[in-house]
Design a binder for this molecule. Structure first.
Ligand SMILES: [Zn+2]
Length: 188
């Protein structure tokens, strides 16, 4: 992921607070090795995070985030890792972005009876076109998310596009499950 929730796209390590700037002025941070990613800083010396991370990085990020909210849960980590592997194998195009995979994973685990509310604090819906942050305005059926970034000319609800992408990834990955309604997704 990028922005506030960025982590190392290779190892899943969390990133340093200190920022270094590369030759083009892009901010880069150092992956922090810990028990979940012991050789993180050797694998990727500097990163800004990425919109698409490895399966392993997402699984590591998942565990690290969870333990900030609750006691370790091996059953959850096992189910999460299996679901992530399936989602990553199936995803194509926009479905491959970390936030889409993250929300589809939340949907899967919620249906398996796990509490996933904590996951919402570790991802942020972003504009599917330019990856800018969204600005929220009241709509008829709740908040609309409009692009606050470089395609601000359009007035579409980007949250709607994101929900549709999550729904299609879930449906392709778990074809035997009922497809969720876009307005009934667990985390969106
Ligand atoms: Zn945009």
């Amino acid at each position: 992921m990028i922005g506030e929730h960025a982590f190392c796209p290779t190892s899943g390590a969390s990133l340093s607070r200190d920022v270094h700037y590369d030759e083009r002025g892009r901010p880069e941070r150092v992956p922090q090795s810990d028990d979940l990613a012991p050789s993180a800083s050797l694998e990727a010396p500097l990163t800004t995070g990425n919109r698409r991370s490895s399966r392993r990085a997402l699984a590591t990020h998942f565990r690290r985030c969870h333990r900030r909210h609750d006691e370790p849960n091996d059953k959850l980590y096992c189910r999460g890792a299996l679901a992530l592997a399936r989602l990553k194998r199936t995803a194509t195009g926009r479905q491959e972005y970390d936030v889409i995979v993250w929300y589809a994973l939340g949907e899967r685990l919620a249906r398996d009876g796990f509490d996933v509310n904590w996951m919402a604090a570790h991802a942020e819906p972003r504009c599917p076109e330019c990856h800018g942050r969204l600005t929220y305005v009241p709509g008829v059926d709740g908040l609309l998310g409009r692009c606050g970034g470089s395609c601000r000319g359009t007035r579409e609800d980007r949250l709607d596009t994101i929900r549709e992408t999550v729904r299609s990834l879930f449906a392709r990955t778990f074809p035997d499950d009922p497809t969720p309604d876009t307005d009934a997704l667990e985390l969106l």
